[in-house]
Design a protein around this ligand. Sequence first.
Ligand SMILES: C[S@@+](CC[C@H](N)C(=O)[O-])C[C@H]1O[C@@H](n2cnc3c(N)ncnc32)[C@H](O)[C@@H]1O
Length: 239
Amino acid sequence: MPSTPIAYHTYQSLAEAYSQIAPDKEYNAYYDRPAMLSLLDKDLAGQHILDAGCGPGIYSEILLKKGADVTGVDISENMIQHAQTRNGDQGRFIVGNMEQPLSMFQDQQFDGVLSALAISYIKDISTLFGEFQRILKPGAWFCFSTEHPFFSYGYFKLENYFETQAVSCQWKGFTNEPITMHSYYHSLSCITDALLDNAFVIERILEAKPVIEFEQKHPRAYAERLKFPSFIHFRARKA
Ligand SMILES: C[S@@+](CC[C@H](N)C(=O)[O-])C[C@H]1O[C@@H](n2cnc3c(N)ncnc32)[C@H](O)[C@@H]1O
């Protein structure tokens, strides 16, 4: 019996708040998304893109507006409901666990996979990247963002940089009361090995800085993020 994914219950209860707040939340709107969007092809029209860990479909909405054909997958039924509501009759949104084989998708089905701030909920990212490799067409792209390992190593006060391990922290930005968020920490070589072992070519590693709108929302965190990254973004290509 597969166990319940580490963040399932938290995201189920957070879905409504995340859907409302993330479109304008500093870490999402003014840090993660500008960096991620800068890595994507300029012309996405007609591309079939998987939004992997799509949450409430904020990225899917952007991709659909750029003329892409979008499929979103997420473990949280509530997130998937928000994604479909946000995007009306556009796109298709499927409940699925990225810790399991993505058997709902065919080999070489997609022109691109975008996965924003979601792989840190998956322990074995090498197996997941193998699945992305399988469902991508030859030459297709894979862009993703995650917590920067150097940031997480200090933030979680880890004893072993190299060890993939479960971590948890308090999230204060989405609810009145702090909530405990569980995730997995992966070292930089764990992430790059997961790409290279699955025959991806790394085209770009981006240690982005936030855009200026972040400062109005959270001046102190903005100043910190200009000196030390908390996210890291990758663009890879299926060889
Ligand atoms: C930080 S949110 C990011 C949502 C969206 N990508 C965005 O940037 O707006 C992380 C998402 O990963 C999803 N997730 C967590 N574990 C998952 C799993 N095992 N399989 C699929 N999705 C998962 C959560 O439900 C949540 O929607």
